[in-house]
Design a protein around this ligand. Structure first.
Ligand code: UDP
Length: 334
């Protein structure tokens, strides 16, 4: 189908799948602030209504509780489809492997179908996990990855690899105007306290003066991006030209052990560090090469780790005082 000219209207319409999730809800806020009308779709398996509760009564915002693997019917024009729906924490996708594969395959199919039908531009939230346990370092977009298809992380890695392939197929066969963002480790407010990822895990342990659980010897590396920077990168990517994948992440790399020490320091905690077994297939190193994002989008992260972590600590402190954890309600249905 022919590419539609994005509406000239002052208020383009955006659909955000996973719109009640950690990143989805920040994206919704960003789009509303930039004058979009936003429809957020989320089945609330790992997302939480409280992430969008502050938008109740906002005339530009609509929330639909639906599983994105089911047919998406929306009245009226849509200019942008942002497909973020998926469990994203290893703990979640190990618990929900079939749902994870379904949202990456069937859910991406439905979201692309919606974009095609509406003549909307489409952005896939892909992941650094498509590089697996990378043999190239830092990871550039032309690296094809090193994924164990039958390992425990295969459900997430392969669902996102399939989603990228399907996105390119819709682009090539149906001329849908697509974007692929490969998102590296991201953190910030609205992560669930108990989602199992290293940032909420270490911060909540440190705030309770409990031992920080470092997996392996903590020599594996990660590069952490603050959510605000990440969302700006996604927005610029959607508004840019070009259909090739783009890494969005912060190249400031550190070991998990260094990260644990930083969290103890920044929380002023009395916590010790304990070492636990390294999960199977845990990538040994990860750092984005962001040359493409810099060149195409004029984008680079601005928030230093310390600044972003302090904001995240504040958020978690508030959540703990409320006694909340915001854990998703796993349905165990597939
Ligand atoms: N990790 C850890 N302790 C924890 C949780 C995670 O040492 O309590 C490690 C994990 O093994 C990985 C890194 O922290 O090497 C990042 O884990 P996360 O689950 O945040 O995301 P991943 O990058 O593995 O998808």
């Amino acid at each position: 189908m022919a590419k539609k000219k994005i509406t000239d209207a002052k208020n383009p319409v955006s659909v955000v799948t996973g719109g009640a999730g950690f990143l989805g809800s920040h994206l919704v806020d960003c789009l509303l602030a930039r004058g979009h009308q936003v429809v957020a779709i989320d089945n609330l398996v790992t997302g939480a209504v409280e992430n969008v509760a502050h938008l109740a009564g906002n005339a530009g915002f609509r929330f639909i509780q639906q599983d994105v693997t089911e047919f998406l019917f929306l009245d009226g024009p849509v200019d942008y489809v942002w497909h973020l729906a998926s469990p994203a924490s290893p703990i979640d996708y190990l618990e929900l492997p079939i749902q994870t594969l379904k949202v990456g395959s069937l859910g991406t199919h439905k979201a692309l179908g919606l974009a095609k039908h509406k003549g909307a531009r489409f952005l896939l939230a892909s992941t650094s996990e498509i590089y697996g346990d990378p043999l190239a370092h830092p990871q550039r977009e032309d690296y094809w990855g090193n994924v164990n298809t039958v390992g425990p992380r295969g459900c997430y890695d392969e669902s996102k690899r399939f989603a990228e392939a399907l996105t390119m197929a819709y682009h090539r066969q149906h001329q849908v105007d697509t974007r692929i963002a490969r998102i590296f480790n991201t953190y910030g407010p609205r992560m669930r306290l108990r989602d199992g990822r290293v940032v909420p895990a270490f911060i909540s342990q440190a705030l309770r003066n409990r031992p920080l659980t470092v997996f392996g010897r903590g020599q594996q590396t990660r590069s952490f991006c603050y959510c605000e920077d990440l969302i700006e990168g996604l927005y610029r990517l959607m508004m840019s030209r070009g259909n090739d994948p783009v890494n969005i992440g912060n190249p400031a790399e550190m070991t998990v052990l260094e990260f644990a020490r930083a969290i103890i320091r920044l929380t002023g905690s009395r916590s010790k560090i304990v070492f636990k077994p390294l999960p199977e297939d845990d990538p040994r190193q990860r750092r984005p090469d962001i040359s493409r994002a810099k060149e195409l989008l004029g984008w680079a992260p601005r928030v230093a780790l310390e600044e972003g972590i302090v904001k995240t600590i504040d958020y978690f402190q508030g959540r703990m005082e409320d006694g909340g954890g915001g854990c998703g309600n796993f349905t165990h249905k597939a």
